[in-house]
Every structure is written in C-alpha cells, then in structure tokens.
Write a protein that binds this ligand. Structure first.
Ligand SMILES: [Zn+2]
Length: 363
C-alpha cells in the first residue's frame, strides 16, 4: 500500500510537472521579433525631438564591456540584422522598410554619429543578439529556454508554473534595473552615447514583458498528452514564434502604408505613470501583460494554421503570414496586441534616466 502511495505521489508530481513544464521561450526567447520597430514608434509618438538630436558614437567604458565579456556587438549585431539586410524577395516587394537594413556597424563605429532615436531603437534589440546567452540559470535555465530565457522572461506570482509553483520566475525586472542604473551613471558623467546604449538595453526587458506570452508558461490546449514535456514545449514555441513573426510583418506593412496603422498607433495612447523603480514597474507590467495571455493564446489557436499544433518544429511561410493577415479574425489578435503594446511605458524610464538633463548640461 505504502509502495502504491509513493508511486502515486511520484506519478502525480511527474504529471503536474509535465503538464506545466512546457517552456515558453521560442527559438531565441526574442520577446518581439523587432524591438527596433516598437521603440522607434514609441519615440516618434512621445519624444519626436530624439530624431533630430545627433550624438557622436563613442567607445564604451571598460566596465560596461566587461559586463558581457564573451559578447561582441559588432559580430553578433550584424549577424542579427542579416534577415533585414537580405530580405526575402516577397517581403521586400510587400514593403520592408529599407532604412531598417544594415545600420548596426555605423552605430558601433567611434567617430560616426547617429540620432538618439536611432541609437535607442537599434540597441533595444541588443539583448537578443547573444549578449545574455552565457551564465548560470540552474533548473530555471532548463525550463525557461536557456540562460537568455531566464533573463528575458518574468512569470508573476500567483500563477501556477513549474518548477517553483508559487514563486515568481525570471530575471527581466532585475536586468532592466541593472542596465538602467548604468545608464543613469553614464548620463551623469556626460557619456550620452553609452547612456543611450544602456537605456536601450533596459528598454528591451520592459518591452519583452509586454509580450503576454513572456509572462505565462503555456496554455492548456498546447499540452500534448502523448509527449507532455517536449511536445507541449514544441507547440508552445510554434505559436509563440508565429505570433511574433505575424506582428512584425503587420508592423512593417503599417510603416509602408500597406495596412492601416493599428499596432504602430498603440503608443499614442500609452499612459504615462510613475513607479517606485524600474524593476517594480516591470513586475507591475508583467501582471497586466499576463492577463492578456489567455485571450491571446485562444485567438492565435483559432486564427493561425493548424499545422502549428503538431508536436514538431513548424515555421510559417510568407504565404501563411499573408493568409493570416487576411483572415477575418486577425483584427481581434491585433486588438489584444495593441493593448499589450500600450503596456509599454518608456516615458518613466526616459524621464528618470537623466538623459534629458544630460542633453542640456553636456553640450
Ligand atoms: Zn528578449
């Protein structure tokens, strides 16, 4: 009897584990496919003057470089920008904005200069270029899609998740705070380029948490009973990356005037608020974001192709994306996405970073 109880106990914990152990992270735990677009659109709405302020590119201080000793922004950044510099023909025809393409080298070369808006937008993608892939993450690392996943996600309490059922998981709030603190110091010391680079990194984590799927481990319909861990993980990833790709295409199309502005106008209405600090802002935002996750999962399940439900890696083709964009219910997906994007509040960060004071003082 005792044996049987022990067996049942093990079996139950195994099942519980399996049911929720689907890792949310997509291939690279991107968060959004192009943070560049999001940051740029936000700045256009709230800080249009940043597109006219020119800043010289400078060498980062030693201390900052040593924060990520195994990472080379030039090498990784240009690689990350590759899909942009070599867009699929169809994407180009359908209106990929050409000024998004290779822009990174110039922004990293001392002696060059760039607008503040360009620096903040471009480097808000930087934490996805491999910067965060090293480091320890323990059991969380395995369950959240590697070291990068741990740093880019945050599952707020009190929602059920594996492995630490009732503790919040993920380091995104702390990462945002850390880079924000460095930015503040750089601005105080009149290193505006470095401050903007660090602020852009902090912005990345704030934006990541606004992606509802980054705040919820998985959804019950994604669970594959035949392969509860690997299979569920696979289906979750399929939908996760398909969603991000679809949002990216829609934003490109809006910027090119093909589709009406829906996602890119979300920021016009983004409310400005005051928080205790950046980490607590990210935690608060994660809860709002989490509330959108269920409806988003339900919608993508309905609107996106059934092939994504298979427990194997499935990627959308360009014609899949076009079909999705034409589907009658896609606007409901974008309505939720619009709410998610409104959850991005960069103004609190910008106002308290010291950047505005530095621009005055350090002329
Ligand atoms: Zn990310």
């Amino acid at each position: 009897m005792e044996k049987r109880q022990a067996f049942l106990k093990v079996r139950f914990s195994h099942l519980l584990f399996a049911a929720f152990a689907a890792i949310v992270s997509q291939e690279k735990a991107l968060g959004w496919s192009h943070h560049y677009l999001i940051t740029r659109k936000y700045l256009e709405s709230h800080y249009p003057q940043f597109s006219t302020i020119v800043v010289p590119v400078q060498q980062l201080s030693r201390e900052v470089i040593e924060l990520t000793p195994h990472y080379d922004p030039l090498k990784n950044g240009i690689k990350a920008d590759a899909p942009c510099s070599n867009p699929p023909e169809s994407m180009e025809q359908k209106g990929l904005n050409p000024d998004l393409c290779p822009r990174i080298q110039k922004l990293l070369t001392p002696g060059e200069s760039a607008t503040l808006s360009e620096i903040l937008s471009t480097f808000s993608d930087e934490p996805d270029w491999g910067m965060d892939r090293d480091g320890k993450g323990g059991i969380l690392k395995t369950l959240m899609g590697g070291a990068q996943g741990v740093k880019h996600l945050y599952y707020p309490f009190p929602f059920l998740m594996v492995p630490f059922i009732v503790f919040p998981q993920g380091e995104a709030p702390d990462r945002a705070q850390m880079f924000f603190n460095i930015a503040q110091r750089s601005f105080r010391e009149c290193r505006i380029y470095e401050g903007a680079r660090m602020l852009a990194r902090a912005i990345h984590y704030v934006e990541d948490i606004a992606q509802p799927m980054h705040t919820e481990q998985t959804w019950w319909r994604f669970i594959k009973l035949a392969s509860p861990v690997k299979g569920t993980e696979r289906v979750t990833k399929n939908f996760h990356s398909a969603y991000e790709v679809t949002v990216m295409y829609r934003m490109f199309r809006e910027m090119s005037g093909i589709d009406e502005s829906m996602l890119s106008s979300a920021f016009e209405y983004a409310p400005k608020q005051i928080y205790r600090n950046i980490a607590s802002m990210v935690r608060i935002k994660a809860r709002t974001s989490h509330k959108l996750a269920h409806s988003l999962y339900a919608l993508v399940w309905k609107v996106f192709p059934e092939k994504l439900r298979k427990a194997q890696k499935v990627k959308l083709t360009y014609s899949d994306v076009l079909k999705i964009l034409r589907s009658p219910e896609i606007n409901r997906v974008f309505e939720v996405t619009g709410k998610a994007l409104q959850n991005i509040d960069l103004s609190f960060m910008i106002e308290t970073s010291g950047i505005l004071e530095a621009l005055e003082k350090c002329k």
